[in-house]
Ligand binder design. Sequence first.
Ligand SMILES: NC(=O)C1=CN([C@@H]2O[C@H](COP(=O)(O)OP(=O)(O)OC[C@H]3O[C@@H](n4cnc5c(N)ncnc54)[C@H](OP(=O)(O)O)[C@@H]3O)[C@@H](O)[C@H]2O)C=CC1
Ligand SMILES: O=C(O)C1=N[C@H](C(=O)O)C[C@H](O)C1
Length: 265
Amino acid sequence: MRLVVVGAEGRMGRMLVRAVAQAEGCTLSAAIEREGSAALGQDAGTLAGLQPLGVDITDDPLTAFAAADGVLDFTAPAATVHFAELAAQARIVHVVGTTGLSDDDLAKLKAASYHARIVRSGNMSLGVNLMAALVRKVAATLGADFDIEILEMHHRMKVDAPSGTALLLGEAAAEGRGVDLPTVRVSTRDGHTGARKPGDIGFATLRGGSVVGDHSVLFAGPGETLTISHHAADRGLFASGAVKAALWAHPKPPGLYSMADVLDL
Ligand SMILES: NC(=O)C1=CN([C@@H]2O[C@H](COP(=O)(O)OP(=O)(O)OC[C@H]3O[C@@H](n4cnc5c(N)ncnc54)[C@H](OP(=O)(O)O)[C@@H]3O)[C@@H](O)[C@H]2O)C=CC1
Ligand SMILES: O=C(O)C1=N[C@H](C(=O)O)C[C@H](O)C1
């Protein structure tokens, strides 16, 4: 499978280049950065800390997608929407790890998925997707006297909050309870907030240092608290999950898929 990495100079972009170079059954066909990037013309392998791969970074996704079977995209919302339109035109696989997408962005991805095979997830790791399945089950099992709070911590450079993973876990909890997350979501508390509203799902965000990604879901009940946690130690795990998703989606019909589909959870 010929794969393009977009945002190839980014923290995840470099990891994706390494994961593609090391995986069986795929090759890196192109690497893309934005117009004006200092990385243009550099070898993607060298930039990722590998031997040269003979793939120079360009700012021409249209040409790259026309000669590829799939694209791995951990960039930014506006870029991802644009890449989804190009992936749909080229009828290829689009693996989307980008977080912070608005409802409008998600609607555009849905439209693109009539022609592209899109796999989107706020977290590409096996552990987090398994955790989401557990959270759904626990939320469905415990009664309304257990309050659900989601805590996440990431590195100081992260630009969106709550994290895509926290939202994915919140959606799983809401699904377990049979409610829509937007109707119960509380993402900020400051000042005289009043008592906690029954049924709310709270989010707390920490940022600092080089933390790759830590998530906990707390079920706080009368006299006991159940906590389910995940600690990511290395971004390589998100990158290998993305490659797995691309290989899984290659023979599938156009559509919008999740990591739970890929992992058969
Ligand atoms: N789903 C998952 O498992 C994971 C998701 N993520 C998500 O992935 C995204 C990227 O994270 P991270 O790698 O840390 O961020 P970085 O800022 O390090 O990387 C993003 C890269 O994308 C580039 N980029 C942005 N716009 C364009 C464009 N239009 N064309 C080409 N390249 C573009 C950026 O270039 P420039 O710097 O010039 O803007 C940058 O090189 C975030 O949304 C993050 O939350 C991260 C880890 C795991
Ligand atoms: O920006 C990051 O770094 C990460 N983003 C994803 C998210 O928003 O949940 C996944 C991971 O936790 C790292």
